[in-house]
Design a protein around this ligand. Sequence first.
Ligand code: NAP
Length: 518
Amino acid sequence: MKRLKSHVLGNWHLADGAFADIVDPCSEEVVAGASTAGIDFEAVLSFAREQGSSALGAMTFAQRGELLMGLSKALHAHRDELIELSLVNTGATRKDAKFDLDGASGTLAFYAYLGKELGDKRTLIDGDGVALGRSAKFWGQHVLRPLSGVAVHINAFNFPAWGFAEKAACALLAGMPVITKPATSSAMVTERCVEILVDSGLLPDGAFQFVCGSTGDLLSRLGSQDVLAFTGSADTALKLRSGENLLATNARVNLEADSLNAAVLGPDLDSDSEAWDLFVREVVREMTQKSGQKCTAVRRIFVPEARLDEIQELLIEGLSSVVVGDPRDGSVNMGPLANTRQLDDAVAGVAKLSAEADIVFGTGARVDGTGAEPKRGYYFGPTLLRAKSADAADEIHRHEVFGPCATLVPYDGEAKTAASLVARANGTLVTSLYSNDLEFIERFVAAGGCYTGRIYLGSEKMAAQAPGSGLALPQSQHGGPGRAGGGAELGGLDGLRLYMQRVALQGSRQMIDRLYGE
Ligand code: NAP
């Protein structure tokens, strides 16, 4: 069995015990172990705050951009090997592994490009300057400077490459060193990615450390210039953010948590329109890509009552082409869930939803996987439910089943009703709305915009280029209000804000212009 290592203080650290098992979800075979026993977290923090901070602080945005481009290329060069490893560690199909790995190298490359655009600067200018006195002589200008501490990144199991890379891209470009921790169950992929990055020789000392296993007492040692960026379940998010030390120091905390994302079919669409086909195609994909283990997956499907039967039939037709099993079998196009806890949670979750919705496709139970040994592996087929009554339903707006599962819910075709149904989840990462009717869209955004971090507008005009609502593009914000964590990541240069202090400079316009003028 492989024992995974951490990379701290400039060296690989192999723990001498307390290893947690990592299992191949296709076969349930233990394939690796992870532990951070023996790591001195105070020393890890000091290494980052001293060496990492000063090395990155000395670099211009363009130089940090070059660093990110080098990291992106290094990962991309090992793509095939990482695809194979994703299969062993997470049961991902080739397509799903590529989604994660290309997301990682693509986001690093995007921020590399932004660094190049910013050029030889080390300070970000934030908005236009403004006259503060009677004349323009007394001038105000906001600037952004990197925090002097360390960015601690804790990631969920479902994106072992993209998850750490998207956070690291923003922090490193901002000029903050990183300590990253993957979820234990998918840490094999992250460990290999980090090995590739370390071997590239590009990372300055202390700029990027990797903790593979428990965080020990790391979080209780964070201070006011440090940042915690977390992605995972709402329960863990609550636990971490309520830590006494984080509350006492006001260290910045960014949370990306659960989300009951919705897809809404506008009343203007019917079966002969392109946007209708897009809706059906994308709902099926957003339910089943990465076996539904995506924070942006569609969990609730709102359809005008009169169209519900037709849409149900088409979704069932689409879901019927899904073959769940071990991706080593060529016919399989959806892998297992990541681990036994995820499988148990999915089964229990569907049972909970079944109290107020009928299962119209799938079983809501474990299934044997194609190409896998009977009774082995965490296989769970696509499951579609249909709410018995839209008004009475409650759990479907509250309980996230983190698997290939979604619930159809009828609505009256009014934008306001659709928005109020979206709102019942108390905050989502993304809502997709399929309509060509501008007035309907405007009414929906006006009533529902504040409940979601992103609205994906599926229509005839963009159908040919539609990437699907589940893709978190680095140009756009990723994060949502309320239950979704209240955080914000990515969104171009806005993604750097978490790692920088906004400073209002007030003084002579001439002086400020000479210091920071373009
Ligand atoms: P999780 O159980 O909350 O774990 C998330 C991370 O937190 C893991 O790295 C885990 O490490 C770590 N962790 C757990 N307890 C901790 C503690 N006391 N101190 C420090 N770290 C701790 O979530 P998950 O099962 O990995 O991921 C599934 C959930 O993530 C879903 O609910 C999904 O909606 C959400 N998610 C959200 C987004 C988003 O962007 N909003 C993206 C992806 C997933 P160990 O693995 O070592 O326990």
